[in-house]
Design a protein around this ligand. Structure first.
Ligand code: SAM
Length: 222
């Protein structure tokens, strides 16, 4: 069973390369306790987000899809002292759990959690004249991915990094006749990326403790 190998290797990577961390473990435990869906990124993926932010030297991050703020905390920890992250969450209960986790991580000053439909929040942020972001993580409802990509471009500057999660969907992404709105959202996301001259992107397939999926990584051109 390849899946059990992926899980074992993910555990091995986590043991070797990801230091034991009481806060992050408490966050995952709190999410489980609250019965949130287990859609958080894996520790290895959380650390990838963290490393990308540090490599880029990003100071302003936007995340679409907070859940319990596990990925948010990985991202926020990569920020310098004057860094800021805005994270958007639709579900008030997820947001409540996220808020408590953010407080537990001592990150209230860095993380701004906005509750409500991301598309409405994004429109409001545009009205408020919110400044562009250096790094944007798209990880909410997949049918809206094409719209999130348009908003990500709105809130970007040359050099902004955009990462979109769950874009392989166990290979279903190549199923042209899929009836799954998430698969179709992701396919339209690729179409938009293909025709959008403002962004240069690739996608990487991944396996691990959360199965077979992958992410899109792109940079906004000058
Ligand atoms: N980024 C999180 C992590 O790795 O820890 C996981 C996010 S989970 C995959 C997706 C989240 O997006 C869920 O908490 C869901 O409630 C939220 N969501 C779904 N539709 C949304 C919408 N229209 N606006 C904002 N958030 C939404």
């Amino acid at each position: 069973n390849p899946r059990s190998t992926w899980e074992k290797v993910d555990e091995y990577i986590t043991e070797r390369l990801i230091p034991q961390d009481d806060v992050l473990e408490s966050v995952l435990a709190a999410n489980q306790q609250a019965r949130l869906p287990a859609y958080d990124v894996t520790p290895a993926q959380g650390k990838l987000l963290h490393l990308l932010v540090r490599m880029q030297g990003a100071k302003r991050i936007m995340e679409i899809g907070t859940l319990g703020a596990y990925s948010t905390i990985w991202l926020a920890r990569a920020l310098p002292s004057d860094g800021h992250i805005v994270t958007l969450e639709l579900d008030p209960f997820h947001a409540q759990v996220a808020r408590s986790n953010i407080a537990l991580a001592g990150m209230n000053d860095k993380i701004e959690l906005r509750v409500g439909d991301a598309l409405e929040q994004l429109a409001r942020m545009a009205e408020e004249g919110v400044e562009p972001f250096d790094f944007i993580f798209i990880d909410a409802d997949k049918p809206n991915n094409p719209k999130y990509l348009k908003w990500a471009l709105h809130f970007s500057h040359p050099g902004t990094v955009i990462l979109g999660d769950n874009v392989i969907r166990e290979g279903e992404v190549v199923n042209e006749s899929s009836q799954d709105p998430r698969v179709n959202g992701v396919r339209r996301f690729y179409d938009l990326l293909a025709e959008e001259p403002r962004i240069e992107a690739t996608a990487i397939q991944t396996v691990g403790s959360k199965g077979y999926d992958g992410f899109v990584l792109g940079i906004v051109n000058s």
